[in-house]
Design a protein around this ligand. Structure first.
Ligand code: ADP
Ligand code: MG
Length: 233
């Protein structure tokens, strides 16, 4: 099994007043292709920072981040953006759909950006993806017309736009009721079963029933890294 992600001695600090905050504190971590990993830990423990480093949204202060075949530190800003657009599907707590575009247009946008899918196939592909997440009938509505659960389904369809091997989700169920949250995790399970690597930051109590590995952060450090049986990878 090849590596989807490899962090070596990664430190991320942010300036704070005269000093600095160490958000990620010397993390080394390898995630294999096809793993389904949960990142857990209290607020402020560095979960979002770690995910943003994997997504190339943030740059490491020191250490190296390799993800889906690229050394992220060696890429330019535009290089990072195209790498991300083609290889990473991002899902956020507050969905972050563009409010003035329809749901289908939101899903098409990353296809336009990456230019991996031929233009004439984009709308049909968006509808297929929306069908897959169960909201094909909402395709031509604006996001505000949808429930929270439907908006997160749309965001997952958008994350799949360019068929990325790596899905990164930051508290994707944090703003959903427990029933809707469970349905969302089921969607992730299906995506993982197709061989996609998934890293999800979550507070879901039952996450251990779903993922193959759980990593706990405290103060920017990995304090436990547990392989779980019964899950896929
Ligand atoms: P979590 O997602 O686990 O709540 P974060 O990764 O958001 O944790 O934050 C980790 C630490 O880094 C916290 O102390 C937070 O205040 C700090 N931090 C995160 N982002 C920034 C930023 N852009 N500027 C300054 N400090 C930040
Ligand atoms: Mg966070």
């Amino acid at each position: 099994m090849g590596h989807a992600v490899q962090l070596t001695d990664v430190v991320k600090t942010y300036p704070l007043g005269e000093g600095q905050v160490v958000a990620v504190d010397d993390v080394s971590l390898t995630i294999g292709r096809g793993e389904f990993v949960a990142i857990v830990g209290r607020s402020g423990s560095g979960k979002t920072t770690l995910l943003n480093l994997l997504a190339g949204i943030d740059r490491a202060t020191s250490g190296t981040v390799h993800a889906v075949g690229a050394d992220l530190g060696s890429l330019s800003e535009s290089g990072l953006a195209s790498w991300r657009g083609a290889n990473v599907g991002l899902v956020f707590q507050f969905f972050q759909l563009l409010p003035t575009l329809t749901v289908a247009e939101n899903v098409i946008l990353p296809m336009d950006f990456a230019a991996k899918i031929p233009p004439r196939q984009r709308r049909a592909r968006a509808l297929d993806l929306l069908d897959r997440v169960g909201i094909a009938d909402q395709a031509d509505k604006l996001p505000a017309m949808l429930s929270g659960g439907q908006q997160q389904r749309a965001a997952i369809a958008r994350a799949l736009a360019n068929d990325p091997p790596l899905i990164l989700a930051d508290e994707p169920t944090g703003n959903l009721d427990s029933h809707t949250a469970a349905a969302m995790l089921e969607l992730f399970t299906g995506l993982n079963a197709e061989g996609r690597t998934i890293v999800v930051v979550t507070h879901e109590r039952d996450i251990r029933d779903v993922v193959s590995r759980e990593i706990t952060l405290v103060d920017g450090r990995i304090i436990t890294d547990t392989r779980l049986t019964g899950a896929s990878a």
